[in-house]
Design a protein around this ligand. Sequence first.
Ligand SMILES: *Cc1c(COP(=O)(O)O)cnc(C)c1O
Length: 467
Amino acid sequence: MAIICGDPVEPMARILGSRGRASQSEDLVPEFWYNIVPDLPKPLPPPLLPDGRVPPREMFERLFAKALLDQEFSGERFIRIPDEVRGVLISLGRPTPLFRARRLEELLGTPARIYYKFEGVLPTGSHKVNTAIAQAYYNMVEGVERLSTETGAGQWGSALSLAGALFKLKVRVFMVRSSYEQKPYRRVLMELYGAEVVPSPSKLTNAGRSILEREPEHPGSLGIAISEAIEDVLSYERARYSLGSVLNHVLLHQTIIGLEAFKQLEELGEELPDYVIGCVGGGSNFAGLAYPLMRFKLSGKKSDMKFIAVEPRACPSLTRGVYTYDYGDTAGLTPLLKMYTVGHKYRVPPIHAGGLRYHGDAPTLSLLVNEGLIEARAYHQSEVFAAGALFSKVEGIVPAPESAHAVKAAIDIALEAKKSGDTKIILFNLSGHGLLDLQGYMEYLEGKLKDYEPENIDISYIPRVNP
Ligand SMILES: *Cc1c(COP(=O)(O)O)cnc(C)c1O
């Protein structure tokens, strides 16, 4: 001890020794997921067909495992996590660490205390593993042979590929062709886990073939890949579809993040946070951290707690979109969901945060934003990468471009606290690491990052449904 407490290392020893990190005892992993639906201030609008009818359950049963549908429409506040799922999540690294960003605080000179939950320690580098494991498990139990899904940048595809490998399910991933060609490492990762990765549009489906006939070099899109995955599932009885965000059951599985974080803050002797921050693509990592804490706001125990959802300026569904029924996919194959949307045909500019390039948002999140319980902010990617670079330098972790949106907002709020002199407690979700996204950081270092103003937001083509 005397040696390591010698002069040169003492400041570092002080930082490390001052409880900058919560424990990662297995007991911190919850036994129940938290379902926010019964606690919402208003009933959640159901999915609808274009003619205004509620879709029959059989329509969904052909696509999703029954247990997942039960969760999708459940009104129970707590839903038990199967022991097998909890056990696998522990074996893969849960609970994830909760860190205090002390060096960031010092650099900013803020009186705020900044904490972050780091999901990037999971094997594929993001929170998506949490729902992939649960989804693969229920499908395995129900005798499904193959899962089909789509992936853009590859985060979701790699998480589901890993889950498929662990539960011995075949996984077929339709990967947007432009990413398939530009992001070979994510594809290799999926193939290492034994998944079949198909560049989309592909010749495997009618949807893909008809696009390729018209445009053989089509770069693909998430919407097309979703259409292909769904068609693929419908063509094989023992295949099911899997989605990595937006739906209630996906957000439910992610609440493990906030349930752990709550206990970890408590363990550090910390109070409930004043600010809870997360980036939003479809809303799953944000909801995962925020919903278990939102309970304390909804119940009045800490009604001044602020929740901040962060999105890219280039795809500003929460800050500039419309709260209305819209399709979940570009092709208009899915039922309509009541959500904030920039329109399902919105052409998302090619920002690096691939996971945030979605036209809509989860219905529960949208409802809470509409009720004023969650505030939304939007940033350009150049300021987001600058925040990610600064964070890397002081905390050592390179944030995924998606997660760097949350970092940027946390920094801004810490600086606001500095101005007002308030000792606020800030908690944000670092949803993933960016070690497979260094292309964006390279452009940042070379000064080549482009910012994109949002396209015109026109939603007049969306069918009007009246429940
Ligand atoms: C997919 C992804 C997101 C966005 O999806 P959400 O469902 O909004 O969480 C955010 N961060 C990372 C690291 C991702 O992989």
